[in-house]
Design a protein around this ligand. Sequence first.
Ligand SMILES: NC(=O)c1ccc[n+]([C@@H]2O[C@H](COP(=O)([O-])OP(=O)(O)OC[C@H]3O[C@@H](n4cnc5c(N)ncnc54)[C@H](OP(=O)(O)O)[C@@H]3O)[C@@H](O)[C@H]2O)c1
Length: 324
Amino acid sequence: MRTTALGTHGSEVGVIGLGAMGMSFAYDMATPRDEATSVSVIHQALELGVTLIDTADVYGPHTNERLVGRALTGRHDRAVIATKVGLEAIDPTGGPGGSPLVKPNGRPEHVRASIDASLRRLGTDHVDLYQLHRVDPEVPVEGTWGALAEAVAAGKARYLGLSEVSVEQIQRAQAVHPVATVQSEFSVWSRDVQAEVLPYCKQHGIGLLPYSPLGRGFLVCRFASFDELPRNDQRRRLPRFQQDNLRANLDIAAKVREVADRIDATPAQVALAWLIAQGPRVVPIPGTKTPKYLADNAGAANVELSPADLADLDAIPAPVGTRY
Ligand SMILES: NC(=O)c1ccc[n+]([C@@H]2O[C@H](COP(=O)([O-])OP(=O)(O)OC[C@H]3O[C@@H](n4cnc5c(N)ncnc54)[C@H](OP(=O)(O)O)[C@@H]3O)[C@@H](O)[C@H]2O)c1
């Protein structure tokens, strides 16, 4: 697979990454997970050049890092491991649909304790990318980021990234330690970052990692109505997935499919190729626990969208309903 540098201050990675969250967390929690298949998906990713594997301590909580660690046993040198700190599960079942209830924790002492626990679960002595999951509104970002920078100084992390931040927050972090990457929701139906964050990242050599690049499955035409969402699933509480909104948004998925049919690609490949076209350091991290989807997503690296295809996708109207 083609590779790109994850920002001026980051590692070389395949242009498509893999989000591991859904292997343990967030979606369809009533269906038992097949861990062996998830492990094989991570192995398959490395074979295909999908080297960036994204996880977080709060996914599970903790079980997703353990799963990624098990999958990477003996393979750490082939992967670029990205994990996150800064969201804490305060009640294991108190969130929507019985999922963990989480809140930001950016206290430096929490960050210092968390990196060692993440490394133990991941079975490694360092991660390639250590990301701040959310800025804690009660803690100055400089303090939190300084604690992440200590992990770099101690050889426990190579590079640092932020998630869901404003340009002002990136600048405040940069004053303390270089920012290699910013992770934000970004897809044809979630384009907020195009206004300020993406231009700033391009100008400053910062990699952008679009999360939920397939619209949490919506853009690949997985759901035609609210009732098709699994019962124990975080998407059931998101505004865009509510019955009337979802129905109104079906035109968006139909447009992605129309472009895909025209160029003999899949909707997932079109959604990902549109993101890759947004800049040389834009590396989407689609989430999947399904071998055929992993292969499908990796194939997006070879899909070239023409100016007309890009224009059609750019013209897709804003969805009905906010992201959260
Ligand atoms: N920084 C943050 O705050 C944040 C927030 C959310 C997510 N993330 C990261 O971003 C990653 C991806 O986001 P996401 O999982 O929310 O959403 P996503 O990648 O947009 O969508 C995932 C959904 O799409 C399905 N899917 C994947 N590839 C497919 C294909 N080729 N064809 C059909 N369906 C396909 C998956 O199914 P299966 O799972 O059934 O295979 C899953 O239901 C996560 O794993 C996580 O690492 C970060």
